[in-house]
Design a protein around this ligand. Structure first.
Ligand code: CP
Length: 282
């Protein structure tokens, strides 16, 4: 898909197909790249950008009923970003057409993890044996949870979770990694892993999901000039974006460091979502 887009090919894989994009939470990358992916493959889209406000969810309609309606209108796939965990699963339980989880609250963001793993693979030519450090708010960051799930499918991967105690990775993912035979360690400062990680996966504090009393101080969870001097030159720094202005986990002035691949990572979202739509619809 990447070569095809870069070569400017006009594709017809999904000519005549129509994809529904139902977004209950804000999105720049996931919504736009899914829409563009559908168009690039010849499909059309019907998009609801702010379903929380402008769909009948306002009137109390459930996810199951909304999905039944999407089925009634014969969409070929429904892409859903919801504001609570388990929403996509709920939709899938009543759907005849494919449901794609585009993020469900603090639960999972599986299509993000596909573009993440593709970006890592593009750089290293492998996933096995890599050391991956996840940094920041790991309790509410759904992209980290999904990428851990994928990493569990590979061999000899080592995972380092760098977060304050109150925002550390939740037990379900730690349990899953254990069952998958993946070694992991918990840390409280990025400096502890600066010289060992191949991949630094930075995250923003998910302020919108934090409970009263939960706070995040960015010290120890940011990329700084001093830290870049310690990080190996072959390592890469990723972030699902958006990066936060308040916490500055990857400061604007460091964006051009060649190890920071955040915009190539986002671009890969287009290609992986094209591949996914083709696989589930064609
Ligand atoms: N990474 C990501 O999901 O970004 P958006 O919230 O902008 O879609």
């Amino acid at each position: 898909m990447k070569q095809s887009v870069l070569n400017g090919e006009r594709r017809h894989d999904l000519d005549g197909k129509i994809v529904s994009l139902l977004f209950y939470e804000p999105s720049t990358r996931t919504r736009t790249s899914f829409q563009q992916a559908a168009l690039k493959l010849g499909a059309l889209t019907v998009a609801t950008e702010n379903a929380k406000e402008f769909s009948s969810a306002v009137k109390g309609e459930t996810m199951k009923d909304t999905t039944r309606i999407m089925n009634a209108y014969h969409f070929d796939a429904v892409v859903i970003r919801a504001d609570y965990e388990g929403a996509a699963e709920e939709a899938a339980s009543v759907s005849d057409s494919p449901i794609i989880n585009a993020g469900d609250g603090a639960g999972q963001h599986p299509t993000q993890s596909l573009l993440d793993i593709f970006t890592i693979y593009e750089k290293f030519g492998k996933i096995d044996g890599l050391k991956v450090a996840f940094v920041g708010d790991l309790k509410y960051g759904r992209t980290v949870r999904s990428l851990c799930y994928l990493l569990g499918k590979f061999k000899d991967v080592e995972v380092h979770f760098v977060a304050p105690d109150s925002l550390q990775m939740r037990e379900d993912i730690l349990e899953y990694l254990k069952e998958s035979g993946i070694k992991y360690e918990l840390h409280s400062d990025i400096n502890e892993v600066a010289e060992i990680a191949d991949v630094f996966y930075m995250t923003r504090a998910q302020k919108e999901r934090m409970k009263e009393g939960e706070e995040f101080s960015p010290d120890g969870y940011r990329i700084t000039e001093a830290l870049l001097k310690k990080i190996r030159k072959e390592a890469i720094i990723l972030h699902p974006l958006p990066r936060s202005n308040d916490f500055n986990e990857i400061p604007e002035e460091l964006t051009d460091d060649p190890r920071i691949l955040i915009f190539r990572q986002a671009e890969n979202g287009l290609f992986t979502r094209m591949a996914l739509l083709k696989m589930v619809i064609e």
